[in-house]
Design a protein around this ligand. Structure first.
Ligand SMILES: Cc1cc2nc3c(=O)[nH]c(=O)nc-3n(C[C@H](O)[C@H](O)[C@H](O)COP(=O)(O)O)c2cc1C
Length: 452
């Protein structure tokens, strides 16, 4: 089933949506609450925002694989398979019949901060930041559409800084600046989570239109309407759309900003001036707190699932891959089956070269649960010897937001924590009949509300 929009998704969540009636400030308190309850794996809607009567903020929409599976209308077990299948198909957008997002329009907005409950997340953040804006633009050279999540720092009035570190939008701006022209952008806020996932699918600079991938991931074409002050089409069923221009040749300090790496990051970045703020009458404002489970899920699908597909095509024995939560996709774990030592070493090198962000990868056998940090640590503790099983690659391309990657260069490493031969490498286990029986008894105890 495809959700028509974000609110369609939220309406369907039932017990997977926590409602918060307590008054919360958009400065730190909403972010702190979302971070605090992320482990529940449920989405959260804050219904009482200080200074913004009647406005609601939704967050933790992708706080668990369960929510991501719901967003794609599949099961947790089929999540990666569904993502891989659908991200390879294209469902182009269609013209919208109506445009709820343009119900209220503020042209030349003088004070965007008064209109929208912009969130400040971390203690040393320089200002409120938009963290889940799906930024849309067209290549002035080819007319090709592009989109991505690009964080934006609120600078007061109608001005935002924008981090354009990745293609295609970084390239579009370079093309606009080459002829001294501004770049029209639209920022869609509060789109359904499947569309947000599509915004960060890795396509490379000349990749397909991510709007077509969004249509396929969400199971129905995205409905687009013409922007009111920019030469772009925008998602008609978003909650909020900002329209504006990136100023040519302008760079200003941006940050510090508590990044998805879990570190503060500052940059010198382009500037956007808004020409319009459009929103639904009762818009729901979206939050995505950096360095939380939401980010892990986005990266796991758009980065991890992608790399798994590539690796499976290049090496044999690969069963699964997952990025380590909280590492901003700098660390990953691969599970293999019946994989000889030389093949494990090849897999490590392939993974580290194919993904520019991946700095370390651990390979384990498939008797280890790669989503359980305790089990991965156990494999490293018992099946790995540094002099024998460590691979280091030096002089590799670094990644801009990695604070340890000096001057854009970095090194990478791989751990072969697969089992050797012999019974001493067996993982201890209890008989499956005893485990099955224990699960029944435990489920019964939980149902009765008893403590175990
Ligand atoms: C949570 C999140 C936040 C992101 N923020 C930014 C950003 O602020 N600036 C940027 O240039 N790219 C950012 N990206 C990456 C882009 O959205 C990019 O389009 C996407 O990852 C495509 O990858 P590719 O460049 O490898 O094709 C972010 C990605 C995620 C998952």
């Amino acid at each position: 089933m495809a959700y028509p929009d974000l609110r369609g998704f939220l309406d369907d969540l039932g017990g997977d949506l926590i409602r918060v009636a307590a008054p919360l400030s958009p400065r730190f308190e909403v972010a702190a609450l979302l971070a605090e309850v992320q482990a529940s794996g449920r989405a959260v809607i804050c219904e009482n925002i200080n200074g913004y009567p009647g406005r609601r903020i939704v967050g933790n929409m992708l706080a668990s694989r369960r929510l991501a599976a719901r967003a794609l209308g599949t099961t947790e077990g089929r999540l990666v398979e569904t993502y891989v299948e659908r991200s390879a198909r294209r469902v182009p957008p269609v013209p919208a019949k109506d445009a709820p997002v343009q119900a209220v329009v503020h042209r030349q907005p003088a004070d965007v901060g008064a209109l929208l409950p912009l969130l400040t997340h971390y203690e040393k953040d320089a200002a409120p930041f938009l963290t889940c804006g799906m930024v849309l633009a067209r290549d002035p050279a080819t007319g090709q559409r592009g989109m991505g999540i690009h964080r934006m720092m609120y600078k007061g009035g109608n001005r935002f800084g924008i981090l354009l570190a990745n293609p295609p939008l970084s390239q579009f701006l370079a093309n606009a600046e080459a002829s001294g022209k501004p770049l029209d952008v639209a920022v869609a806020l509060g789109v359904d989570p499947a569309m947000l996932i599509a915004a960060v699918v890795k396509t490379g600079p000349l990749g397909p239109d991510k709007m077509d991938i969004a249509g396929s991931l969400r199971g129905a074409p995205v409905e687009l309407v013409r922007g009111l002050t920019v030469d772009l089409e925008v998602p008609a069923r978003a909650e909020v759309v900002l329209e504006g221009r990136v100023l040519p040749g302008v760079r200003e300090p941006e940050g510090p900003f508590g990044e998805n790496t879990g570190c503060y990051f500052s940059n010198t970045s382009p500037v956007v001036e808004l020409s319009a703020v459009c929103h639904r009458r009762d818009f729901i404002f979206p939050a995505l707190v950096p360095w939380t489970a939401d980010v892990d899920t986005l990266l796991s699908l758009a980065g991890g699932a992608e790399l798994l597909g590539q690796l499976k095509g290049l090496a044999r024995g690969i069963v699964d891959f997952e990025l380590v939560p909280g590492t901003s996709s700098f660390a990953g774990v691969i599970a293999v089956r019946d994989c000889p030592r030389h093949e494990v070493r090849r897999i490590i090198q392939l993974a580290l070269v194919l993904d520019k962000r991946l700095k370390s990868v651990t390979v384990v056998d498939d008797d280890v649960d790669i989503r359980n940090p305790r089990e991965v640590a156990w494999a490293l503790a018992t099946r790995f010897q540094a002099t024998r099983d460590l691979i280091v690659l030096d002089g590799m391309e670094g990644y801009v937001i990695d604070p340890s990657s000096a001057g854009g260069s970095g090194s990478k490493m791989g751990f072969d924590a697969t089992r050797g031969s012999g019974p001493e490498f067996d993982k201890i286990a209890m008989p499956s009949e005893a485990i099955a029986m224990a699960r029944l008894v435990a489920a019964d105890l939980f149902q009765q509300g008893k403590q175990v």
